[in-house]
Design a protein around this ligand. Structure first.
Ligand SMILES: NC(=O)c1ccc[n+]([C@@H]2O[C@H](COP(=O)([O-])OP(=O)(O)OC[C@H]3O[C@@H](n4cnc5c(N)ncnc54)[C@H](OP(=O)(O)O)[C@@H]3O)[C@@H](O)[C@H]2O)c1
Length: 218
């Protein structure tokens, strides 16, 4: 299996966007640079279909120096992206797919022939798990293709699915100094995790009133 790190920013009450269907706008420039650095270190970025539908912008490194370092090391300019989706209800006409700057994968259970054809047209590789667990199958398939370092970017449903399968090695959590309330997307969107997934705090960095926490799986 690949090494899997999560990176998300949350409010003090564990919320990851100001509105359902919105993209988070509450983090600092420092936090965005940290995200670009973590992306630049990764081979592949894992995102949930909910985030793709809401944000409609493929995650890129967006820092010329980091892009140059990747290229100098013989790596593609941007890490590949794998989208997790059961419904395959994705914005196939958006620039995310029509003008992709990186290799794209979609992890799903099964696709119909029309969706397979659409994916081929968009240069998207569909990884179909069939009756296997989508995450276990998908991550193993990606590891076989050489993607050893995965950065999972959320949202909360994806975070829950990864934690529930104990697939998270590291958790980079930005704690932003605000509270958002209940009707906003949560950091871990799913039922109680049994057993709870425990981490050790490895590093803390305070930038203004924002906390940057790095946890490693216990
Ligand atoms: N603050 C941050 O750092 C941060 C980071 C990322 C996202 N966000 C925010 O998070 C929100 C979205 O979060 P979300 O929880 O609604 O969505 P999400 O986690 O991005 O995506 C959920 C979708 O992923 C697919 N999926 C998840 N688990 C699956 C499984 N076990 N099997 C098959 N498919 C599975 C399903 O897609 P289908 O419905 O297509 O089947 C599901 O609807 C947005 O507002 C976004 O802006 C915040």
């Amino acid at each position: 299996m690949p090494h899997v790190a999560l990176c998300l920013a949350a409010s003090m009450d564990g919320r990851i966007a100001e509105a359902v269907g919105g993209a988070p706008a509450f983090t600092s420039a420092y936090d965005r640079r940290k995200l670009f650095r973590l992306r630049a270190e990764a081979d592949l970025l894992l995102v949930g279909a909910g985030t793709v539908r809401h944000e409609k912008l493929a995650p890129l490194v967006r820092d010329a120096e980091l892009v140059n370092q990747r290229v100098a090391a013989g790596r593609p300019q941007h890490p590949a992206v794998a989208i997790v989706s059961r419904s395959l209800d994705l914005p196939w006409q958006a620039r995310y797919f029509t003008a992709a700057k990186q290799r794209l994968f979609v992890l799903t259970e099964r696709a119909d022939p029309d969706t397979r054809a659409l994916a081929r047209e968009r240069n998207v590789t569909l990884l179909e798990a069939g009756d296997d667990d989508l995450f276990t199958f998908g991550l193993a398939a990606l590891a076989e293709l050489g993607f050893a370092h995965v950065l999972a970017e959320g949202g909360g449903t994806l975070v829950h699915a990864l934690l529930a399968r104990d697939l998270v090695d590291r958790f980079y959590l930005t704690l932003a100094p605000l509270t958002l309330g209940r009707d906003t997307p949560p950091l871990v969107n799913g039922p109680r995790l049994e057993p709870a997934v425990s981490f050790d705090l490895h590093h803390v960095n305070q930038v203004g009133s924002e906390l940057h926490l790095e946890y490693h799986r216990r």
